[in-house]
Design a binder for this molecule. Structure first.
Ligand SMILES: *[C@@H]1O[C@H](CO)[C@@H](O)[C@H](O)[C@H]1NC(C)=O
Ligand SMILES: *[C@@H]1O[C@H](CO)[C@@H](O)[C@H](O)[C@H]1NC(C)=O
Ligand SMILES: *[C@@H]1O[C@H](CO)[C@@H](O)[C@H](O)[C@H]1NC(C)=O
Ligand SMILES: *[C@@H]1O[C@H](CO)[C@@H](O)[C@H](O)[C@H]1NC(C)=O
Ligand SMILES: *[C@@H]1O[C@H](CO)[C@@H](O)[C@H](O)[C@H]1NC(C)=O
Ligand SMILES: *[C@@H]1O[C@H](CO)[C@@H](O)[C@H](O)[C@H]1NC(C)=O
Ligand SMILES: *[C@@H]1O[C@H](CO)[C@@H](O)[C@H](O)[C@H]1NC(C)=O
Ligand SMILES: *[C@@H]1O[C@H](CO)[C@@H](O)[C@H](O)[C@H]1NC(C)=O
Ligand SMILES: *[C@@H]1O[C@H](CO)[C@@H](O)[C@H](O)[C@H]1NC(C)=O
Length: 606
């Protein structure tokens, strides 16, 4: 019996050697340090215990189990469990030195011995996966960056993730040091990540935290959007502009008007109540000089239309010294103007009261609107001494534009005076059309008046001690007719016979013009501004024109002719109209009804 057992064992060993892996699956098996591994044989559990089970590793014995006796190598005491029904072995508290080739030899009762072998790799688990980065603050196309991954564990494999996809090597992307180092050469804005390093070995894996790269780029694709999106804007309207640019970090914006840097920074610029001056940089005060007497008031009126959006600042100076400075912070008035001035913040206009001789000078305003360049203006004020009221006489106040001349004279009782002439508070200066003559400029002559000369005009007489102003003279200047236009409604050439056509004559004229209407050059009797052709007939076709006449200027103007062509309403084309067809149907119904009635009658007769 003893002999046969030994023979079986030998046979088993031989057959195990010849069959290779045999009762163990193909390896290798991987397990982590400290972990547990189960070497499971492919045998089904048997109730008849095996005669022998031998386990060894790299030819060192682990356990020898005979039916009568178990022998465990001391270093495995308490670390192993042998399952005698299958020959499987559990090995616990694994250390790195447990790696090796495990072999089992089993001798069943009354059968050929079996064996198998499998390789076990005990690995240190992956832990402490850390990524270090050379620099996270990078500039596109300029900088390169290196990310290094370190980890504890054995048999490590590295994989880099860019967001959720695996990083693959390319011209720009290098993976070195066994994949643990990722180098991105000349980064682009798309390389921001997040990058993670994923480390694994056969028994475990771990992933690092995320690394985000900050990559600066741009500005590029700078776009200016103007709303409303047109070139021309009505004075006083609002314009919103927005500037966009692809940039990281967000770009700072600077605004320029005609090359001048505006004070605004930020992606949006709103121009409220825009002024022509924003494009032209014009002087917002009229050409002077202004003239006023001692003790009176002067309004320095800017040409700006009132804005609801307060200006950023308004400053008034006279001869270079500050009068008032108004801003969101407050108003600062020079002491000697305190209580004597009013600033109109919606237009920048300034009123100065109780004028003194030394208020004469060059007045200058500087206005900073929101989101627009500075606006300036300057005008000269001459403050003169009071005197007796001069008497103003005028040759004729009823004038015809371009055809009339007017003469105004200023006189003052007895004393030798000099005179200023004022046109709506602006000092009149001599020109081709404007003559200042006689003693001390006492006569103002305006040749070939225009509609803009209507005034009020007045004179001021002064002598070294005082001044006085004469009465105001308003001139009535007739002009036109001009810009005549014939407007037709409906605005077309062809009109249906029987329709109504309205024509009106539009003209610029003072006083109102008289109107004449012409059809093919023949004067119609009508003399109103509007010509109504009700129920128009074909005979009224032709060329219409209107003429305006100004009784004051004795001028005529005739419009271009407008063609009216009256078309007949199309005739009925079918012999039998819809009504005719209805008549036939009704006739048929009458006949059929009679036939039915007849049938009924016949039936009743039967
Ligand atoms: C040998 O060990 C196995 C499992 O640990 C046990 O079932 C068996 O009874 C032991 N045999 C002897 C003789 O101690
Ligand atoms: C095996 O490990 C467990 C916990 O991991 C420990 O409590 C035990 O003492 C260890 N046994 C041996 C024999 O090393
Ligand atoms: C990261 O992913 C983005 C988006 O897919 C890609 O454009 C970029 O090139 C990637 N960078 C690297 C270094 O893989
Ligand atoms: C400055 O003066 C103007 C006009 O007098 C006034 O409307 C405005 O409220 C003042 N501003 C401040 C900050 O006092
Ligand atoms: C006034 O008008 C007439 C006629 O048009 C012209 O001959 C004359 O030169 C004009 N005078 C001035 C000063 O413009
Ligand atoms: C008359 O007016 C002219 C032009 O405005 C001016 O140069 C001149 O000094 C004035 N003469 C007098 C006496 O005021
Ligand atoms: C009066 O002022 C108006 C408006 O400024 C100007 O057009 C006109 O030519 C002036 N007339 C005279 C006579 O100064
Ligand atoms: C109307 O005037 C146009 C040119 O303006 C001319 O060709 C046409 O013959 C005129 N028609 C009549 C009816 O006078
Ligand atoms: C216009 O002037 C001319 C000559 O200068 C004169 O004959 C004509 O009557 C004037 N017209 C009017 C409407 O005053």
């Amino acid at each position: 019996m003893e002999i046969s057992v030994i023979r079986f064992i030998i046979l088993g060993v031989i057959s195990g050697l010849t069959k290779g892996a045999g009762v163990l699956p193909a390896g290798p098996l991987n397990a982590a340090v400290g972990g547990t591994v189960m070497f499971t044989t492919t045998l089904t559990p048997t109730e008849n215990p095996f005669l022998t089970i031998l386990w060894n590793v790299d030819d060192r014995p682990i356990i020898t189990s005979l039916s009568s006796k178990n022998q465990t190598a001391p270093e495995y005491e308490g670390r192993i469990t042998l399952f005698t029904s299958t020959g499987s072995l559990e090995l616990r508290n694994l250390t790195l030195s447990d790696s090796g080739e495990y072999r089992v030899s089993i001798t069943p009762q009354a059968a050929i011995g079996m064996s198998g072998s499998i390789r076990l790799e005990v690995l240190e688990p992956v832990s402490n996966v850390v990524v270090t980065v050379s620099n996270t603050d990078l500039v596109e196309f300029k900088d390169s960056v290196r990310l290094s991954c370190s980890s504890s564990g054995s048999s490590l494999s590295f994989l880099w993730l860019n967001s959720s996809s695996e990083v693959t090597a390319s011209d720009r992307v290098q993976l070195t040091d066994g994949g643990s180092t990722l180098t991105i050469v000349s980064v682009t804005r798309y390389d921001q990540g997040p990058f993670r390093c994923h480390v694994s070995n056969p028994g475990s894996s771990a992933t690092s935290g995320s690394i985000l790269l900050s990559i600066s780029y741009g500005p590029e694709n700078v776009k200016l959007i103007i709303s409303p999106p047109q070139e021309h804007h009505v004075e006083g309207s609002n314009i919103a502009m927005s500037c966009s640019a692809d940039s990281r970090p967000a770009a700072l914006f600077y605004w320029f008007l005609n090359g001048d840097n505006l004070s605004d920074t930020g992606p949006e610029l709103t121009l409220m109540n825009i002024q022509i001056s924003l494009t032209k940089g014009a002087d917002v005060l009229p050409a002077g000089p202004l003239i006023e007497a001692v003790g009176r008031r002067m309004m320095f009126k800017t040409t700006l239309t009132p804005t609801e959006n307060p200006f950023t600042s308004i400053t008034w100076n006279v001869n270079g010294s500050n009068i008032i400075n108004s801003s969101s912070v407050g108003n600062v008035t020079a002491p000697w103007y305190e209580g004597r001035i009013t600033l109109f913040t919606s237009t920048g206009s300034l009123e100065v009261r109780k004028l003194a001789l030394n208020d004469s000078g060059e007045y200058r305003v500087t206005i900073t609107p929101q989101g627009a360049p500075e606006i300036t203006g300057s005008i000269r004020l001459e403050v003169i001494k009071r005197n007796f009221k001069p008497v103003v006489t005028v040759s004729n106040t009823d004038l015809v534009e371009f055809n009339s001349s007017v003469r105004l004279s200023c006189s003052s009782s007895g004393l030798p005076f000099s005179f200023y002439w004022l046109n709506d508070s602006l000092k009149v200066t001599a020109s081709d059309r404007v003559q200042l003559t006689d003693d001390g400029n006492s006569t103002l002559t305006i040749v070939n008046v225009t509609r803009y000369d209507r005034g009020p005009l007045t004179c001021r007489g002064y002598k070294p001690v005082s001044t006085h102003t004469g009465r105001l003279v308003y001139l009535s200047i007739s002009y036109g007719p001009e810009n005549i236009k014939l407007v037709m409604h409906p605005p077309q050439e062809h009109h249906e016979e029987g329709s109504n056509v309205y024509m009106s004559c539009v003209v610029n004229s003072k006083p109102d013009a008289l109107f004449y209407w012409f059809l093919n050059g023949d004067k119609l009797s009508h003399t109103e501004l509007e010509l109504k052709l009700m129920n128009i007939q074909m005979s009224q076709s032709g060329n219409y024109s209107c003429q305006a006449f100004n009784e004051k200027t004795l001028r005529y103007e005739t419009s271009q002719s407008s063609v009216v062509s009256v078309l007949a309403i199309p005739e009925k084309t079918s012999i039998c109209s819809a009504g005719c067809i209805a008549g036939i149907v009704i006739a048929c119904l009458v006949i059929c009804g009679a036939a039915a009635g007849g049938g009924y009658y016949i039936y009743r007769k039967k």
